[in-house]
Design a protein. Structure first.
Length: 271
């Protein structure tokens, strides 16, 4: 089981990337902060770059050149990018960039939900999605912040089958059956490890939080020590915007030197 590559069924966030004006500076910051190394996924004769960040040799995220640094982008897995884009449009979303091939890696489209939160679709071919997840230095979760949670869940429920269960709390989005998928592939012990959790917890695929302003997807990374990582980010030229504690985590919002924000999260289970 340990050698099985991680795959993502339709409706599960599967990848993250970031565009920044100075990719070399971004690689120095994130490489220094999370221990990432980088390889260019673009062919040598192709213009531009798409730098795959690797953690312990496994794909973790990507950095790409862009005129602005609007923030990290989350990708949602789909079986057919064209059909899913059509479903998004029918449900009231906007197709910003129509589906197109991203080389042999897969097929993608850029979309906005009805409140304007931007995400991308990913129909995997050679590039299956993030392989390093939920360990220090890797992507942990994507959260949807939105001023209208009911409308957001109507949209994502219609397109991807997402649900919010009262037993899990309003802040957890689940895709029914995802826990079973993990148990049959890369995480055979998930139900035993989460025996203390309420039914459906293994199906959680994203977070949901209220927003006073614009809707957006935000990205969080696992760290071993929130305070040490926040200080390291500051030493590398980032800004520690805020820190908070929850029942289960110690977290901080970090702004990188080019203005993109993300969350670092240290798991700290109560006794």
């Amino acid at each position: 089981m340990a050698d099985i590559p991680r795959t993502y069924p339709q409706g599960v966030p599967c990848w993250i990337d970031l565009t920044q004006p100075d990719v070399d500076a971004a690689m120095r910051f994130y490489g220094g902060l999370f221990g990432w190394t980088f390889t260019n996924a673009m062919p040598p004769d192709a213009p531009g770059s798409y730098m795959i960040a690797k953690l312990d040799g496994e794909d973790a995220a990507a950095l790409a050149p862009g005129e602005s640094s609007a923030g990290w982008t989350s990708y949602i897995a789909c079986d057919d990018a064209d059909a899913t884009a059509e479903a998004i449009a029918r449900a009231g979303g906007t197709i910003v960039d129509a589906p197109e091939d991203a080389g042999p890696g897969g097929r993608t489209a850029t979309c906005d939900d009805p409140q304007g939160a931007r995400f991308r679709l990913w129909q995997a071919r050679r590039r299956l999605g993030a392989q390093a997840v939920n360990v220090p230095g890797a992507w942990n979760f994507s959260d949807l912040v939105t001023p209208d949670a009911d409308e957001a869940m109507r949209f994502y429920g219609e397109v991807f089958g997402w649900q919010v269960s009262a037993d899990l709390g309003a802040g957890m989005i689940r895709l029914p059956g995802y826990g079973d998928f993990l148990a049959s592939t890369v995480d055979p012990g998930i139900f035993e490890r989460q025996h203390f959790a309420p039914a459906g917890f293994a199906d959680v695929i994203a977070g949901l939080a209220p927003a006073d302003g614009d809707a957006a997807w935000r990205t969080r990374f696992t760290v071993a020590d929130r305070d040490a990582t926040a200080q390291h980010a500051a030493d590398l030229g980032g800004i520690v915007v805020s820190s908070t504690e929850t029942e289960w985590t110690h977290e901080a919002v970090i702004e990188d030197p080019q203005g993109a924000r993300f969350i670092i999260s240290q798991f700290d289970a109560p006794d």
